[in-house]
Design a protein around this ligand. Structure first.
Ligand code: HEC
Ligand code: HEC
Length: 215
């Protein structure tokens, strides 16, 4: 795991047992074949799609391979509920998962959509939440876990900058309703439950308009 932000170390969250799953090594060229099953939604370049008012398909290009594989396992196990994605996750054994994760991890990260028409006040609030947090609501800044530029920290903390706004919004709401409860120690659930729908929207559109990538 790469170096984590100091704030996390101070919280004592540095040791993270949840990732200690033995997984086969991935082969990106085999993974490219597997990805034929995925391109209809996640697109050939891994950019996914932001769908206004509908279900957005996350960008996968450049995603940390271990984080990717964990999500497939969690969707198969049902700690992350997605009726759309579940049938595809269930087609992947551990080897295919590792291969397709390796393939997507080496694609060039793509830009997030959905922040283009946001008004300045909304973007300002989103930036505040992402970079400073809001202590009056006990909301920690996103970057204290998601790393510099919110572009990720190791395999446990995914990059969220440059992800689609509709997808970020849907995930925060899934944590609020309990449809997604695969996060270690309820780290995301406890934050999402403190966020209003307006704050969720604000941080989603701001993050979507930031430089994508994974630290
Ligand atoms: C019919 C559309 C569709 C297809 C085809 C599809 N996916 Fe997905 N995928 C989704 C949706 C929608 C989500 C978001 C799920 C949610 O809301 O939790 C998702 C989420 C994911 C995630 C989690 C990403 C993250 O940021 O946490 C991974 C990894 C993933 N898909 C990989 C794949 C792979 C690999 C394939 C092919 C084997 C595939 N998907 C095929 C729609 C699709
Ligand atoms: C205390 C640490 C922590 C903080 C602070 C935090 N997150 Fe997270 N976040 C996580 C962890 C851990 C995961 C990975 C969960 C998993 O394993 O599936 C995650 C995952 C996510 C995901 C899903 C990414 C994906 O593609 O699967 C989104 C979206 C997200 N966080 C948004 C935010 C936003 C927005 C904020 C700030 C308002 C924030 N997070 C603050 C720890 C944190």
């Amino acid at each position: 795991m790469k170096k984590l932000p100091v704030t996390l170390a101070a919280l004592g969250l540095v040791t993270y047992a949840g990732m200690a799953v033995s997984a086969p090594a991935g082969d990106a060229s085999r993974g490219k074949e597997v990805a034929n099953l995925c391109v209809a939604c996640h697109q050939p370049d891994g950019s996914g799609m932001n769908l206004e008012g509908g279900e957005s398909w996350p960008g996968l290009a450049g995603m940390n391979a271990e984080y990717f594989a964990k999500q497939i396992r969690d969707i198969k196990q049902g700690t992350r509920l997605s009726p759309t994605m579940a049938p595809f996750a269930s087609m992947l054994d551990d080897q295919k998962t590792a291969d397709v994760a390796a393939y997507y991890s080496q694609l060039e990260p793509t830009a997030g959509k959905g922040g283009e028409n946001a008004d300045p006040a909304t973007l300002k609030r989103g930036q505040q939440l992402a970079e400073q947090g809001d202590w009056s609501k006990y909301i920690v800044s996103c970057k204290s876990c998601h790393g510099p530029g919110n572009r990720g920290a190791g395999e446990a903390f995914p990059g969220i900058a440059g992800q689609h706004a509709g997808y970020i919004e849907a995930q925060l709401k899934a944590w609020k309703t309990g449809a997604r409860k695969n996060d270690p120690q309820d780290l995301m659930g406890s934050i999402a439950r403190r966020m209003s729908d307006d704050d969720i929207h604000a941080v989603a559109v701001w993050l979507a308009s930031q430089k994508p990538g994974n630290n």
